[in-house]
Write a protein that binds this ligand. Structure first.
Ligand code: ZN
Ligand code: FE
Length: 254
């Protein structure tokens, strides 16, 4: 069993502090900066065994060096971009395992946002840390990879169990919802989620985590074969990849 706490960082980033209950091993996913993560550790476990990075962007690794110095943590990152990760110790490739005590994680390579981007997935705990690849009601910008790479990375995540809880790198759900509803206008489940997200935002609560099942029903980037979405885009004969490419391009200008 795993304890997970959500830590707000920078303007809209999330870092996640995780603890394996049986062994008291502690890790943090994507520490954007030192101070908020250090504050949470000081209030909770007073230790940090591992730092896990999904990709090399500064808002996901900014706290690496200072946290490592203070807590003598080991930094786990993608073997595909380890030279860009400050303080990297342990490199992981697609399919590699990582155990936080009794909680096993599998590394899934999901290129597109960056070429070396990885996710940490625990089948047993039904959770995945998706960094800047899958967001709630959205997906990351394609900076280094191709549209096809990003599309295939999302397909990998789509294939996981529907009850998987998604923890992503940013609080973008509200603005992402506005884009989704502009394309998927009659989706009742999407409308309900947008209402729910608004309420959470008013109460200053995180909109995460969210289940993969909910995302499959409401996130248009995971619904590129939906006939209504294709129709609204006037792409009835378009392939899933063509629809995805169109959506990602429209979102960049939204
Ligand atoms: Zn990023
Ligand atoms: Fe980011």
């Amino acid at each position: 069993m795993l304890d997970i706490s959500i830590i707000r960082c920078l303007s809209d980033n999330y870092s996640y502090l995780i603890r394996d209950k049986k062994t008291n091993l502690v890790g943090v996913i994507d520490p954007s900066e030192f101070d908020p993560v250090d504050l949470e550790i000081s209030k909770t476990y007073k230790k940090l065994d591992f730092i896990l990075n999904t990709h090399h962007h500064h808002d996901h690794v900014g706290g690496n060096i200072d946290l490592k110095k203070k807590y003598n943590s080991k930094i786990i990152c993608s073997s595909y971009e380890e030279e860009k990760i400050p303080g990297s110790d342990i490199k992981k490739s697609d399919g590699d395992k990582f155990s936080l005590g009794k909680t096993d994680f599998k590394v899934i390579h999901i290129p597109g946002h960056t070429l070396g981007h990885i996710a940490f997935y625990s089948e047993k705990a039904s959770i995945i840390f998706t960094g800047d690849t899958l967001f709630s009601l959205g997906c990351g910008r394609i900076f280094e990879g191709t549209f096809e790479q990003m599309f295939k990375s999302l397909e990998k995540i789509k294939s996981l169990s529907k009850n998987t809880m998604i923890y992503c790198g940013h609080e973008y759900t509200n603005s992402n919802g506005k884009f989704c509803i502009s394309i998927d206008k009659d989706n009742a489940k999407l409308k309900n989620r947008i209402e729910d997200v608004k309420k959470k935002k008013e109460k200053k609560l995180p909109t995460l985590p969210v289940t993969l099942g909910e995302e499959l029903e409401t996130n248009i980037f995971l619904r590129c074969d939906d006939e209504k979405i294709k129709n609204n885009l006037e792409m009835n004969n378009g392939s899933k990849l063509e629809v995805f490419t169109k959506l990602r391009n429209l979102k960049d200008q939204f």
